[in-house]
Design a protein around this ligand. Structure first.
Ligand code: PHE
Length: 465
C-alpha cells in the first residue's frame, strides 16, 4: 500500500493538489455529485417514455459494462496526470487531437448547467408553493404547463436558482453546502422509500410497478438504447470531464474498482427508487395513459404532486421532498458550474472571481433560452425540440458519445492498457481487467460510433426516434 503522503505530494505540474482523505470520503463525494436531478427527474421520465422494464434492463447492462469501463478510465487518467480533462489530455500530447479530446469533455458541463438550473428553478418554485400550502393547486393536470408557458415566472425561478449557484461559488461556501447536503441525502433516501411505498400501494399502481420492473420486449426500440446510454452518462457524470477532476484528487491507495462499483450501486439505487415513486403513480392517477407515460421532462412535476395531494400530511411531505430535491439539485449544479470555472481558471489564467462571473453569464444566457423556450421563445424549435430538450439532446446524445470515444482512444492508442492497469494496481488487484480491456478496446468504441451515427441520422431526419 502506498503511503497517503505520496498522493498529497505527487504533482504533475507545479501545483500540489489536495486530496480526499479515504475511500469512503471519495465515494461519498462522487456519489454526492452523481445523485441529482438525473436520478430523480430524468431517469423516471425516460424509463416511462422508452419502455419501462426494458429500458431498466438496458440501462443496467450498459452501466455494468460500459459505464464501469469509462468511470475506471476517467478516474485512472485523472489520478495518473493529476489534472482536469483539458490538462490531462495535453499531458499525453500537444497535437489538435488532444486539445479537442480535452475540450469536448470540458465544454459539456458548461452546456448542461444552464438547463440544469432551469429544472432547479422549477424545483424551487414547487418548494415555494408547498411552503404556501398550494398542495391541491399543484396537483392539477394543467398547472405545470401553465407555469412553464408563463415566461416571466419560469425565468424568475430560474434566475433565483442560478444566482444561488453563482453566489455559493463566489462566497466560497461550496463545502458548507456539500456538508449540509450530505446530511440531507440519507433523509432523501428515507423519504423516497416512504413515498414510493405509498405510491406503489395505491389502487392500480401495481400495473406501474410491473411496467417499470418487468422487461417487455414489445416496448423495445432503438431509442431505448440511445436514451439509456445518454442517461447513464448524465447520471454517473461520465463523459463530461468531471471524473478526471475527481480522480485527480483521489489518493493512490484508494481502490478505484471498488469505489466505482459503490458509486454505481448508490446512484442506480436512488434512480430506481425515484422510478418506483413516479411510474406507479402515473398508473394509479392517470390509469397508465400512454400520453401520460410519454410526458417527458414534465413527468415528475405533474405526477408527484398528485401523490402528495392524495395523502395525509401531503403538504408537509411535499415540502420535505422538494426541499431535499432542491439540495440535491443545488449541489449538482454547483459541481457542474465549478468544473466550468476551473477549466476557465486553468486555461484563461483569469482570477477565480472573473471566471465565476463568466460561468454565471453563460448560465444566464443559455439557461434563459431554455427557460423561455416553453413560453415566449416556443417558436424556436431546433430539430423540432424545445430549447431545453435540444440542449439535453446536443450534450447527451451527440457530445457525450464523442467525449467518451476520445477517452477510449486516449486509453487504447496513447496511454496504453498497461499504464492504466499499473495505476489501478497501485492500490489493489484489478479484478475485472480482462473485461475492462475488452470493453474499452472493442465494445465501447463500436457501440459509441453506432449510437453517434443513429443520433446524427435522427437529426437529419433519416430515422425517426
Ligand atoms: N450526475 C448528476 C445528476 O444525475 C449531474 C451531474 C453531473 C452533477 C456532473 C455533477 C457533475 O443529476
Amino acid at each position: 500500500m502506498k503511503a497517503g503522503g505520496q498522493a498529497r505530494n505527487s504533482t504533475a505540474g507545479n501545483e500540489t493538489r489536495s486530496s480526499f482523505s479515504s475511500r469512503l470520503g471519495y465515494v461519498l463525494a462522487v456519489a454526492g455529485s452523481a445523485v441529482g436531478l438525473g436520478n430523480i427527474w430524468r431517469f423516471p421520465y425516460l424509463a416511462a417514455k422508452y419502455g419501462g422494464g426494458i429500458f431498466l434492463l438496458v440501462y443496467l447492462i450498459l452501466m455494468l459494462t460500459f459505464g464501469y469501463a469509462l468511470i475506471m478510465s476517467e478516474t485512472a487518467l485523472g489520478r495518473m496526470t493529476r489534472r482536469s480533462p483539458v490538462g490531462a489530455f495535453q499531458a499525453f500530447g500537444k497535437s489538435w487531437h488532444f486539445r479537442l479530446g480535452g475540450w469536448v469533455n470540458a465544454i459539456i458541463p458548461m452546456l448542461i448547467v444552464p438547463y440544469y438550473c432551469v429544472i432547479g428553478g422549477w424545483v424551487t418554485k414547487y418548494l415555494f408553493e408547498y411552503l404556501r400550502g398550494s398542495t391541491i393547486m399543484l396537483a392539477d393536470d394543467n398547472y405545470f404547463h401553465g407555469f412553464i408557458a408563463e415566461s416571466f415566472g419560469a425565468e424568475f425561478w430560474f434566475l433565483l436558482f442560478s444566482v444561488a449557484v453563482v453566489l455559493v461559488l463566489l462566497a466560497g461556501v461550496k463545502h458548507g453546502v456539500e456538508r449540509v447536503s450530505k446530511v440531507m441525502m440519507p433523509l432523501l433516501v428515507i423519504l423516497a422509500i416512504f413515498v414510493a411505498g405509498y405510491a406503489m400501494t395505491r389502487p392500480g399502481a401495481l400495473e406501474g410497478v410491473k411496467y417499470f420492473l418487468i422487461p417487455n420486449f414489445a416496448n423495445f426500440s432503438w431509442m431505448t438504447v440511445v436514451a439509456a446510454m445518454g442517461q447513464m452518462f448524465f447520471s454517473l457524470s461520465i463523459a463530461m470531464g468531471i471524473l478526471y477532476t475527481y480522480g485527480s484528487y483521489m489518493k493512490k491507495d484508494v481502490d478505484i474498482e471498488k469505489s466505482t462499483f459503490q458509486v454505481e450501486a448508490f446512484d442506480t439505487g436512488i434512480a430506481m427508487l425515484a422510478g418506483l415513486m413516479v411510474i406507479p403513480a402515473v398508473f394509479a392517477f392517470s390509469g397508465g395513459d400512454p400520453d401520460a407515460l410519454k410526458a417527458g421532462p414534465s413527468l415528475m412535476f405533474i405526477t408527484i404532486p398528485k401523490v402528495f395531494a392524495s395523502m395525509g400530511f401531503g403538504t408537509g411531505a411535499g415540502l420535505m421532498f422538494f426541499l431535499l430535491v432542491f439540495m440535491a439539485a443545488l449541489t449538482s449544479a454547483i459541481s457542474l458550474a465549478e468544473s466550468g470555472v476551473s477549466t476557465f481558471e486553468d486555461q484563461l489564467g483569469w482570477s477565480r472571481k472573473a471566471c465565476t462571473l463568466l460561468m454565471g453569464a453563460i448560465i444566464i444566457i443559455l439557461g434563459s433560452a431554455s427557460a423561455l423556450g416553453f413560453g415566449v421563445l416556443d417558436f424556436v424549435a431546433p430539430l423540432g425540440m424545445s430549447l431545453l430538450d435540444f440542449f439535453d439532446f446536443l450534450t447527451n446524445s451527440l457530445m457525450m458519445p464523442v467525449a467518451a470515444l476520445s477517452t477510449c482512444l486516449l486509453v487504447t492508442r496513447v496511454v496504453g492498457l498497461k499504464k492504466i492497469t499499473e495505476e489501478v494496481e497501485l492500490s489493489s488487484r484489478f479484478k475485472q481487467k480482462q473485461i475492462y480491456a475488452f470493453m474499452i478496446k472493442y465494445l465501447a468504441p463500436i457501440f459509441i460510433i453506432i449510437i453517434l451515427l443513429s443520433s446524427m441520422a435522427s437529426v437529419l431526419g433519416w430515422i425517426s426516434m
